[in-house]
Design a protein around this ligand. Structure first.
Ligand code: NAP
Length: 307
């Protein structure tokens, strides 16, 4: 029997990933949507979450694919109504919001899944196990993309809580915190803010780690042409490159994983597993690094940005 899920926010990621992934998985049924503006053919539609929660007590899972700023209130209402909740990344616009939701889910005895889709890229498990037995010599994240291409007209990413370039950058940090065998902490950051915006367009982060290896992350939203989502790692025993956002792995120049795009299918499978075992999965490590970058980072003002 399939599980009923309601999808809230019918925007870019809902259409690109959630709807096709749910449709392709026999374990799930898209039973309703909540949207202020859109609907999905053949699926019951509500314009508010209150209406959905009141009228469809049979839907046990609510998947929130709205931006981080409005997400807390939606998640709180769903958890208070005893529903299991999936959060898009980042799990909130602040850490305190996420801790509150985590406590509420525990209190209500329901599952909360703070998803990090990049952790479910095909190359990530292989990268993690390769790294587990090696000593780090260098760790370099390069995440450079064209904001106009990937976030056309999305104003929320430039508003407080929208994270700016950390919206994609946090994906790299979610992989970093998954594959490293230990925790690291941010030491320095430089954040570049367009003169007319409240969130950064570029960031350069440095981290301290137990191997004392140089560890750096560069995020930039101004890259036109080929796009770069790479992590280059040198160790005492070879070099690994994770590319295409974690889908591909090469070791010493030899491709060992050439994955496909399964991230959202894997997220819904993971949610099935969490529901079966009655667990939650709320790892805030990537968000902690972003908050530390905002706390410790030097601010540079750069040219204004217009779409
Ligand atoms: P989006 O298309 O700009 O927004 C998604 C939907 O959220 C909108 O269509 C709108 O739905 C709803 N929404 C927007 N502002 C709202 C508000 N103030 N209150 C209530 N609902 C609001 O954004 P997106 O690209 O899908 O991103 C949504 C989330 O997914 C973000 O956290 C993002 O980081 C994450 N994500 C995005 C991508 C990507 O490639 N875009 C990839 C992975 C993860 P209605 O008009 O239906 O109400």
């Amino acid at each position: 029997m399939s599980r009923k899920v309601a999808l809230v926010g019918i925007g870019k990621i809902a259409r690109d990933q959630h709807i096709p992934s749910i449709a392709a998985d026999d374990a799930w049924e898209l039973a309703a949507t909540v949207s202020r503006n859109a609907s999905v053919e053949g699926v019951e539609h509500f314009s508010t979450i209150d209406e959905l929660l009141a009228k469809r007590p049979d839907i046990e899972v609510i998947s929130l694919s709205i931006p981080p700023q409005p997400r807390f209130d939606y998640a709180r209402k769903a958890l208070e109504a005893g529903r299991h909740v999936m959060l898009e990344k980042p799990p909130g616009q602040s850490l305190a919001e996420c801790y509150t939701l985590e406590r509420l889910a525990k209190q209500k005895g329901v599952t909360l899944f703070a998803t990090w889709h990049s952790r479910y890229a095909d190359g990530v498990p292989a990268a993690k196990s390769w790294l587990a037995t090696r000593t780090l010599k260098r760790f370099q994240i390069t995440w450079k993309e064209d904001v106009r291409r990937w976030h056309p007209g999305q104003e929320w990413i430039w508003e407080p809580g929208g994270l700016g370039v950390f919206d994609p950058g946090i994906n790299a940090l979610s992989i970093m915190t998954e594959i490293l065998p230990y925790s690291v902490h941010l030491t320095d950051a430089v954040l570049e803010y367009p003169d007319n915006r409240d969130t950064p367009i570029a960031a350069d982060l440095s981290f301290a780690n137990p191997d004392a290896a140089p560890m750096n992350a560069v995020f930039d939203w101004r890259q036109e042409g080929p796009q770069t989502w790479d992590i280059d790692i040198e160790t005492n025993d070879g070099a690994m490159k994770l590319s295409a956002g974690g889908a591909q792995v090469s070791i010493d120049g030899q491709m060992v994983v050439e994955g496909l795009d399964h991230e959202y299918a894997n997220l819904y499978s993971r949610m099935t597993g969490l529901l079966e075992t009655g667990q939650s999965d709320v790892d805030l490590a990537p968000m902690i690094h972003v908050c530390d970058a905002c706390a410790l980072g030097k601010r540079k003002t750069v040219a204004p940005f217009q779409f």
